[in-house]
Write a protein that binds this ligand. Sequence first.
Ligand code: PSU
Ligand code: MN
Length: 302
Amino acid sequence: MSIPIRTSPEVADALAAGRPVVALESTIISHGMPYPDNVAMAREVEGIVRAGGAVPATIALLHGVPTVGLDDDELELLASDPGVGKVSVRDLPWVMAGRRHGATTVAATMRLASLVGIEVFVTGGLGGVHRGAPESFDVSADLTELATTPVTVVCAGVKSILDIALTLEVLETNGVPVAVVGSDEFPSFYSRSSGLASPARVADAAEAAAAVGAARALGMRSGLVLAHPVPVEDEIPADQIGAVIDHALADLARLGITGKDITPYLLKRIVELTDGASLATNIALVRANARFGAALAVALAG
Ligand code: PSU
Ligand code: MN
């Protein structure tokens, strides 16, 4: 079966030679940050991955074609074109058939990365079980994809716009290995703390690579989650961001926003309510994740 994926020559060469490659998502660019900070972040993170000895592979759909490894103009288009849709796994077939542009979520990026043989994927935050999910049933497809797709996702934990405890429960039910790098507490994206214990802890990229190798040796078909806490100097204390998140959630409810628009709205509102401080933290944690993800990909390839 041939898969209709366009892989850039640089990424294809690296994969063929077994050199380290790091996948990067595009929803964080198109729907996670304002322009032009988003395109600056995307370019900078690609540079960090390169400096760490791996090849960056940002993933998106262009004219309906799943594309792995984007050039500068393509990053600019994703960052600035309001017609770029947010594409999770269930959206992939329609956007491909309609030949539209799409920015891939964690779930859709994992699926495409896995199809071309990329094992490591760096992002900011994972989707999860939304607060109120027992009523709304709103559970991100990021969690179902993690259950079935063997890609390791490096993130800064789960934002408290979500129910972090329930998110960890669903990951456990699905047999997804979750560890925190260098901490016993699961991080909450903007903050290093969440009040929840981490299911496991790894010291560094070498130990994380050994765990990925063990999961594969055991025939586990799931993804793995490596939560890398935001650097101390960049974090927003949990009580401080907690009040902001409550405010943003109240605004969300008042506006009646639902479904796939929830996460983009909340991220944008939190940037407004913090006068940009949450954006600075978001960019800083992605940088740190990219450094760790590159080290992990190098350790896995070596
Ligand atoms: N969290 C962030 N920034 C993001 C996202 C999550 O801090 O950009 C995006 C990711 O692409 C993630 C998606 O996969 O939101 C989850 O959306 P939903 O909750 O609709 O599944
Ligand atoms: Mn949802």
